[in-house]
Design a binder for this molecule. Structure first.
Ligand SMILES: [Mn+2]
Length: 332
C-alpha cells in the first residue's frame, strides 16, 4: 500500500474515532489472539491518546490462553454492552455479522467503522482503516500509536504484541515483514516481556488439548502415497478429553508439518451433526480448491468448509476426492 494513502486513511480513521464519546470495540466470534489483543490495544490507545473510555465486547469469552492479558477481564459479552454507545468499532473483520450477538445488540442507528487486515471485496463504512498488507490488526493498532506519537503503556504493548505474534505464528508466516519486526521492537522497548508471552501463548498446551493431540495422531491416515494426511475428532472426543472447540486450534499443523505431506485435512464433528473441515497446505500448493469443491473457501495455504453430512461420510468423500486429485493432478 502506498504510504501517503495509508497515512490519509489512518488520519480519517483517527478523525472519526476521536469524536466518539462512548465507543464500543468488538471483533469476530471465536476470537483469536489478534482479535483479543487488538481490541485491548485499541482501547488502550483511545484512552492514552484521547482520554476516551471505550467498552470492549465479544460474543464468545476470551479464550483461556489470553485471560491473563491486562484488562481481559473487562471484555464483556453482548449482554453488558452499554446503552449509550455512539460508535461501533469492528476489528479483525469487516463484516458486522461476524461479531455475532454483539453486533445484534448494537442499535441500527449506531455508526460503524472498521479496522481490518483481511482482503475486502465489499463496501466498508466511511473512515474505515483497511490494510491487507498488515500481518495483524495489532500491527495496525501500532501504526495508530506511531502516527500520533502516543507512548505505549506496558499493558498496551503486551496486548499489541500478543496480536502481532499470534497472527504471524510467532513471526514465522510469510505475512511477517520488516515493518512487523520494527513494530515488535517498539513494543519490546515499551516493556513487553517476550519470554513470558512466548511461554504463556506458544509453549503452553492445556491438558485437554494434549489429550486431543494424542487422539488425532493415533488415528491419522496417510493418503496419496504420503502427500496428504487426514484425521478427525468427534464431539465425544472433546467431551471425553474435557476439551473446548478452541482446544482444536492449531492441531492440524502437526499433520501439515510431516515431511512429504502437502495437504493436511482435519475433520471435526460439530454439535449439530455436520462436519467442519480445516485444510492446510505447504507453500506452492493451493488447498482452497479442495475447500471450494466442498462449498467452502479460503486461502492457498489455509482453507476450510462445513459439510452438512455425518463425520464418516464427509471424511470418505474428502479421501476419495484427494486421492483422485493427486492421482490425476487435477486442479487440487
Ligand atoms: Mn487478524
Amino acid at each position: 500500500m502506498e504510504s501517503v494513502a495509508k497515512a490519509d486513511m489512518i488520519q480519517a480513521f483517527l478523525d472519526r474515532v476521536r469524536v466518539a464519546k462512548r465507543p464500543l470495540i468488538g471483533s469476530h466470534v471465536s476470537p483469536d489472539g489478534d482479535a483479543v489483543g487488538s481490541i485491548l490495544g485499541l482501547a488502550a490507545f483511545l484512552r492514552q491518546a484521547y482520554g476516551i473510555d471505550a467498552h470492549c465486547a465479544l460474543q464468545d469469552p476470551v479464550p483461556d490462553l489470553y485471560q491473563w492479558l491486562p484488562n481481559a477481564s473487562q471484555v464483556t459479552g453482548a449482554d453488558s454492552v452499554p446503552d449509550d454507545i455512539d460508535l461501533f468499532i469492528v476489528a479483525d473483520t469487516h463484516q458486522v455479522e461476524r461479531t455475532g450477538s454483539v453486533g445484534e445488540k448494537v442499535g441500527e442507528d449506531v455508526p460503524v467503522i472498521v479496522i481490518d487486515h483481511h482482503i475486502v471485496r465489499v463496501t466498508v463504512p466511511a473512515h474505515s482503516y483497511i490494510d491487507s498488507s498488515a500481518a495483524a490488526v495489532g500491527e495496525m493498532v501500532c501504526e495508530l500509536f506511531a502516527a500520533t506519537n502516543t507512548s505505549y503503556t506496558p499493558e498496551a504493548a503486551t496486548a499489541c504484541y500478543v496480536a502481532l505474534s499470534t497472527d504471524t505464528g510467532c513471526f514465522r508466516y510469510p505475512s511477517t515483514t520488516a515493518r512487523t519486526h520494527a513494530m515488535a521492537a517498539d513494543l519490546i522497548e515499551a516493556g513487553v516481556d517476550v519470554g513470558d508471552i512466548t511461554e504463556r501463548v506458544f509453549d503452553t498446551m492445556s491438558l485437554p488439548k494434549f489429550a486431543l493431540l494424542g487422539r488425532i495422531l493415533h488415528r491419522v491416515e496417510i493418503l496419496a502415497d504420503g502427500r496428504a494426511a487426514m484425521t478427525n475428532l468427534t464431539t465425544a472426543d472433546l467431551s471425553e478429553c474435557g476439551a473446548k472447540p478452541e482446544d482444536t486450534d492449531g492441531l492440524i499443523n502437526f499433520l501439515r508439518n510431516v515431511d512429504g505431506v502437502e495437504i493436511a485435512v482435519f475433520c471435526r464433528e460439530t454439535e449439530d451433526g455436520s462436519t467442519k473441515v480445516s485444510l492446510r497446505a505447504r507453500p506452492g500448493i493451493d488447498v482452497s480448491a479442495v475447500a471450494r469443491h466442498f462449498g467452502g473457501g479460503g486461502h492457498a495455504a489455509a482453507a476450510g468448509t462445513t459439510i452438512e453430512k455425518p463425520l464418516a461420510e464427509a471424511c470418505g468423500e474428502i479421501t476419495e476426492y484427494i486421492e483422485a486429485t493427486f492421482a490425476g493432478e487435477i486442479g487440487g
